[in-house]
Ligand binder design. Structure first.
Ligand code: PEP
Length: 252
């Protein structure tokens, strides 16, 4: 199996103590069993620096959950791409469904965030996916195509300059935190569609990796990762429990 990406999004969970403990357990496990995959942990912003100090000699990469749409200046409470770069953060999520639907981030904001990250050489993990009603109304492919078009054809972001700085994460909104996962047939068909759609936009985009996210567990990870065109997994809930995350990393 080729090298995959396994990213753990810790969301707004944990304490400094529990985050350090979780990181140490992952480090210990990786020392024991040789996981060939690329592991990214994505803690809450306030814990990024102490965790960076724990993982700096390891192969684990550090990701942020969010970035400001603006560069440094009078934007109280925000953290800029420049600051993330300065803190040695290598990845950042953009477009997660919780930020789209709870924080109401629109495509304009997402595009600005993409630009800020590209300017700072941080790899974007760009999440997209359909809602439950869109899925029920059989609009999945239409919605995904529109979301991808908005990302790739936006004049506002500078993605064309550095497509290697993008990883896509298909996350059906109805699968996040629900225990529901698309059927193997649905996933195979959707991933083929996403791959073709991305490749058709620009031949330079054919090496962009595409992850799956949504209720990944230690039980379903091996079959998910076997799906054609899935280059890795974005994991929420299961990434908060050391044993589950380690099992996923070591069994695929
Ligand atoms: C996520 O939040 O990106 C996610 C996939 O969550 P979960 O694995 O808990 O469904």
């Amino acid at each position: 199996m080729s090298k995959k990406i396994i990213a753990g999004n810790w969301k707004q969970n944990g304490t400094l103590k529990s985050s350090v403990r979780l990181t140490k357990k992952i480090l210990e496990a990786l020392k024991k069993n040789k996981c060939r995959h690329e592991i990214i942990i994505i803690p809450p912003a306030i814990f990024l620096l102490p965790i960076k100090d724990l993982i700096y000699k390891s192969k684990i990469k550090l990701g942020a959950q969010n970035v400001s749409a603006f560069n440094n200046g009078a934007y109280t409470g925000e953290i800029s791409g420049t600051m993330l770069k300065d803190s040695k953060v290598e990845y950042c999520l953009v477009g997660h469904s919780e930020r789209r639907h709870i924080i109401n981030e629109d495509e304009y904001i997402l595009s600005s965030k993409v630009s800020q990250l590209i300017d700072n050489d941080i790899t974007i993990i760009y999440c997209f996916g359909e809602t439950l009603s869109e899925y029920k109304n059989k609009k999945t492919k239409l919605i995904l195509k529109n979301q991808l078009k908005k990302l790739f054809l936006s004049n506002k972001n500078n993605l064309k300059k550095k497509p290697s700085k993008l990883v896509l994460a298909y996350e059906p909104v109805w699968a996040i935190g629900t225990g529901l996962v698309p059927s193997p047939e649905e996933l195979a068909s959707i991933f083929k569609f996403i791959r073709n759609t991305v490749n058709k936009m620009n031949k330079n985009y054919s090496s962009i990796k595409i992850l799956y996210g949504g209720s990944v567990s230690e039980d379903n990870a091996p079959s998910l990762i076997d799906t054609e065109y899935i280059d890795g997994l974005l994991i929420g809930g299961a990434s908060l429990i050391a044993k589950k995350f380690i099992d996923i990393c070591s069994t695929i």
